[in-house]
Design a protein around this ligand. Structure first.
Ligand code: ADP
Ligand code: SF4
Length: 686
C-alpha cells in the first residue's frame, strides 16, 4: 500500500488544456529508435505509460528535412506520411491513460543532414560539430525564418492529428533557437539580433504559432535552459514566463544535465529550475535522475518543480511510478548513471540499459520489464545450478526463480556481485552496486532461489549437484599479455613479475607503491579510474594510449571530457598515440603509433588494460566429463553466460543472464525477433 507521504506525487496537474494524471513525467529523450523503428518505439513508450508515467514524450522530432541528425535516430513530422508512425506511439501511451508529448525540433548548425543532404540552416555559417566533417551550415536568412515558422506550424498541426497532447518548442541544447538566444553566436543587427528581446523573438514566435496551430487541442511546452551562473537566462525566461502552458527546464551544460553518476548526483537541475519557477504561473518539469520518492516529494513540497521529469530512471525502471504507488519501494530498479543507454543512441541503434535488459526488446522479443511468464518448463526438470553471482548469474537466478525453477546460485567469494562489487569501490562508482543490490533484494524474496557464497565449484562439485541445467557465469579476467586492439601478439617482457593484472588493482591484492605504467587500450572508464586510484594512494602513473585521446568510448557515454579533466588534474603523465613495445624490471618502451619512435618510461609496474579472458575452464571440464557420461546434456544443459561467454559491458552480462534464463527449456516456442521497418511512405505516394 502507498505511503501517504507520497500522495502528492499522484495528484493530477493541469497543463494548459490537458491534465496529467500524476506528476511522473517522462521528458523527451533519445531512444535510438525514432522514425527507423516505430513499432519498437511505440511498444517501449507504451510500457512506460503502463508503468504509471503520467506523461510520456517522444525524442526530438524534426519538423523538416533540413533538421536531420542522422546517424542519430530521431522522430519526424515532415509530412502527413509521418502521422501514422507517431500515432502508433500516442495510441500505445493513451491505452494506459497517460498523455503523449512530442518535442518539435529545429536543428540549426548542430546537425550535418547526412541523410537528406540539405545544408543545415544555422545562425552563422559554422563548421559541423559532427566528427570534424568539412561541412558548414547555411547562414539563415529571412526566407529561412519564414519557412521555419511555416514548418513548425504544419508539424504542430500534424502532431495534433497524430494524437499528441503536448507539443514542444525546443529552445535549448545548442539547437537553432539556442543559437538565436546566445549573444556570442547571434550577431544579427535586425529584429532577431542584438537585444535579449530580439534574440528571443523566434522562440516567442514559434510558441505563439504553435499555440495557434494546436488551437486548444493540446498543450504547448517549451524546453529551455536556465542557469544560476547566467542571470540573463532568467531575464529571458521572465519575458516568456506565462506564454507556454508548461516549462521543461534544464541547464545550459548537457554534460551536467546528462552527467554520468560519477560526476553529478540526483537533482542537479532543481535549484536552477526553482528560481525560474518563481517567475511563472505555469507548471515546471525538470529532470534530476530521481529514483528516491522522498527526494521527489521534497522537490514538490519545496516548490522547486511541479512535475518529476525523468529520462534515465524511466528507462531503468518503466514501472517506478506504480511501484511507489503500491508501496514497493525496494522493487525500484534504480538507474546507476552509467549512460550506456545514451551511448547506443549515438551509434544509431536502440538504447540498451544496464539495469533493464528488456528495454528495446518490448516489441522485438515480446519482453516485459515486470512480467516473467512461468514458461511451462517441465515440473520434473526444474533444478538449475548457476555458478558465479556476478551481474549475469544474479540476473539469471532472478529470472529463473520467477519462472518457478529451483535455483542454486553458487559463488566462490564471500560477497556476491562479481565485477560490480569491485568496480563500485572505485572513486565515484558506488551507484554501480545497485546492479548487485537490486538483484539480491529480489532473490531474497524468492524462496525458490538459494544463494551459496564462499562456494568455489569444481567440475565434480557441479556434477554432484545433479542439476537439470547448469549456467556458468564465471566471468572473465584481465590479461597481462597486452594483446588487444593495438597489439596482436604479446609484448616483450609481458611475463615479467612487474607486469600485473588490472584485477590485482581492482581486487586490492596488490600493495600500491612506486611508478606504474597503465597501457590503456580499453578506452573507457577503467584506465582513468585506476590511474586516479593509484595517484591518490601516492603512486605515480604514466597512462599510455594508442588513440589520440584517453577514454574514446566515453565520448558516447558523455564522460570522455570529464574523465580527462580528472585525469589531467590527478597529476598522472598522459602519453597518447603510443603503444606498448616491451619492458624490463624498471623500464618500459613505448612507441609512437605513427612514427614508431621509441620512448623509455621508468617504471616499477606495468598494468595492461587491453582485453579480458573468459573464465571457461569449468565449462570445458564439464563438457569433457559429460561427453563421456551424458552427451545429450553436454550440448543443451550446460551453457555459459555473461563475461564467461563473451566479455563485455555490465549491461551485456545482465542481458545475457536475462535472455538465457527466459529462454531456458521453455516449452513455449521462442519466436524469432521481429524486424522493425520505417512507416514513413504510403504506397500510393510512390
Ligand atoms: P559477469 O559479469 O559475467 O556476471 P563477473 O566476473 O562479474 O561476471 O562474475 C563472475 C563471478 O563468478 C565472480 O563473482 C566469481 O567469483 C564467480 N566464480 C568464478 N568461478 C567460480 C567457480 N568456479 N565457482 C563459483 N563461483 C565462481
Ligand atoms: Fe541508467 Fe545506465 Fe540504464 Fe542509462 S543504461 S538508464 S544510465 S542504468
Amino acid at each position: 500500500m502507498r505511503d501517504p507521504r507520497y500522495d502528492v506525487l499522484f495528484e493530477p496537474v493541469a497543463i494548459g488544456p490537458v491534465i496529467a494524471p500524476n506528476r511522473f513525467y517522462q521528458v523527451p529523450h533519445c531512444t535510438g529508435m525514432g522514425r527507423q523503428r516505430p513499432h519498437t518505439l511505440a511498444a517501449m513508450r507504451g510500457i512506460k505509460a503502463e508503468g504509471g508515467w503520467g506523461v510520456v514524450c517522444t525524442e526530438y522530432c524534426s519538423i523538416h528535412p533540413s533538421s536531420d541528425d542522422s546517424s542519430f535516430p530521431f522522430a519526424t513530422l515532415w509530412d502527413n506520411d509521418d502521422i501514422r508512425a507517431n500515432a502508433l506511439m500516442t495510441d500505445a501511451v493513451h491505452a494506459h491513460g497517460a498523455l503523449a508529448g512530442v518535442e518539435l525540433w529545429v536543428g540549426g548548425s548542430s546537425v550535418a543532414n547526412h541523410d537528406t543532404r540539405l545544408p543545415a540552416i544555422g545562425l552563422q555559417s559554422t563548421p559541423s560539430p559532427d566528427g570534424f566533417e568539412p561541412l558548414q551550415s547555411k547562414r539563415i536568412d529571412r526566407r529561412d525564418i519564414d519557412n521555419i515558422k511555416c514548418w513548425h506550424r504544419d508539424a504542430a498541426k500534424r502532431a495534433v492529428t497524430a494524437g499528441f497532447d503536448i507539443v514542444y518548442v525546443y529552445a535549448t541544447h545548442e539547437y537553432l533557437l539556442a543559437e538565436f538566444l546566445d549573444a556570442k553566436t547571434n550577431t544579427r543587427t535586425d529584429e532577431y539580433g542584438g537585444s535579449l528581446t530580439n534574440r528571443l523573438r523566434l522562440t516567442r514566435e514559434l510558441i505563439e504559432i504553435t499555440l495557434e496551430a494546436v488551437a486548444g487541442k493540446a498543450a504547448v511546452a517549451t524546453r529551455f535552459s536556465v542557469d544560476l551562473d547566467d542571470s540573463e537566462s532568467y531575464d529571458a525566461f521572465a519575458q516568456l514566463a506565462d506564454l507556454p502552458d508548461l516549462w521543461d527546464l534544464t541547464v545550459n551544460d548537457y554534460d551536467v544535465e546528462m552527467a554520468a553518476s560519477r560526476f553529478h548526483g540526483e537533482g542537479v537541475v532543481a535549484n536552477h529550475a526553482a528560481r525560474a519557477r518563481s517567475l511563472t504561473t505555469k507548471p515546471v518539469v525538470c529532470v534530476g535522475r530521481y529514483t528516491s520518492p522522498d527526494t521527489m516529494v521534497s522537490m514538490i513540497k519545496k516548490g522547486k518543480q511541479d512535475l518529476i521529469g525523468a529520462a534515465r530512471p524511466s528507462i531503468a525502471d518503466p514501472f517506478m511510478p506504480n511501484k511507489i504507488k503500491e508501496g514497493r519501494l525496494d522493487d525500484i530498479r534504480e538507474c546507476i548513471g552509467c549512460n550506456v543507454c545514451y551511448a547506443h543512441d549515438s551509434i544509431g541503434v536502440s538504447l540498451r540499459c544496464t539495469q533493464n535488459p528488456t528495454f528495446g526488446e518490448e516489441w522485438r522479443r515480446g519482453w516485459h520489464p515486470e512480467v516473467i511468464h512461468q514458461t511451462g518448463n517441465s515440473a520434473k526438470e526444474n533444478k538449475a545450478l548457476i555458478v558465479g553471482a556476478g551481474p549475469a548469474g544474479l540476473e539469471a537466478a532472478r529470472v529463473l526463480g520467477e519462472r518457478g525453477f529451483e535455483v542454486m546460485l553458487a559463488e566462490a567469494r564471500k560477497t556476491p556481485g562479481g565485477r560490480v562489487t569491485f568496480e563500485s569501490r572505485l572513486p565515484g562508482l558506488s551507484e554501480w552496486a545497485r546492479v548487485r543490490d537490486w538483484r539480491l533484494t529480489q532473490l531474497r524474496k524468492n524462496h525458490k532461489v538459494g544463494l551459496f557464497p564462499d562456494s568455489m565449484m569444481t567440475a565434480d562439485d557441479v556434477m554432484d549437484c545433479k542439476a537439470d541445467y547448469v549456467l556458468l557465469a564465471t566471468g572473465a579476467d584481465w590479461t597481462t599479455d597486452g594483446i588487444g586492439r593495438s597489439l596482436q601478439e604479446p609484448f616483450a617482457g609481458h611475463d615479467n613479475k612487474n607486469v600485473i593484472s588490472a584485477d590485482a588493482l581492482l581486487q586490492d591484492t596488490h600493495k600500491i607503491a612506486g611508478r606504474y605504467l597503465i597501457f590503456d587500450d580499453d578506452h573507457y572508464y577503467l584506465g582513468p579510474l585506476l590511474a586516479k586510484k593509484l595517484q591518490a594512494a601516492g603512486a605515480t602513473v604514466t597512462i599510455v594510449c594508442p588513440e589520440g585521446r584517453i577514454c574514446s568510448w566515453g565520448e558516447r557515454t558523455n564522460e570522455q571530457y570529464a574523465n580527462n579533466v580528472e585525469l589531467y588534474n590527478s597529476g598522472a603523465t598522459i602519453l597518447t598515440n603510443h603503444t606498448l613495445h616491451s619492458c624490463d624490471s624498471n623500464s618500459a618502451t613505448v612507441t609512437c603509433v605513427y612514427s614508431e619512435k621509441p620512448t623509455t618510461v621508468e617504471i616499477d609496474w606495468i598494468v595492461p588494460l587491453t582485453r579480458r579472458s573468459p573464465n571457461d575452464e569449468l565449462y570445458t571440464q564439464l563438457q569433457n566429463l559429460l561427453r563421456q557420461s551424458r552427451p545429450e546434456y553436454a550440448n543443451n544443459r550446460v551453457i555459459t553466460i555473461g563475461d564467461c561467454h563473451a566479455p563485455g559491458l555490465i549491461a551485456t552480462a545482465v542481458y545475457s543472464g536475462y535472455k538465457a534464463a527466459i529462454e531456458l527449456s521453455s516449452t513455449n516456442k521462442i519466436r524469432a525477433p521481429l524486424r522493425d521497418l520505417p512507416l514513413a511512405t504510403w504506397p500510393d505516394h510512390q
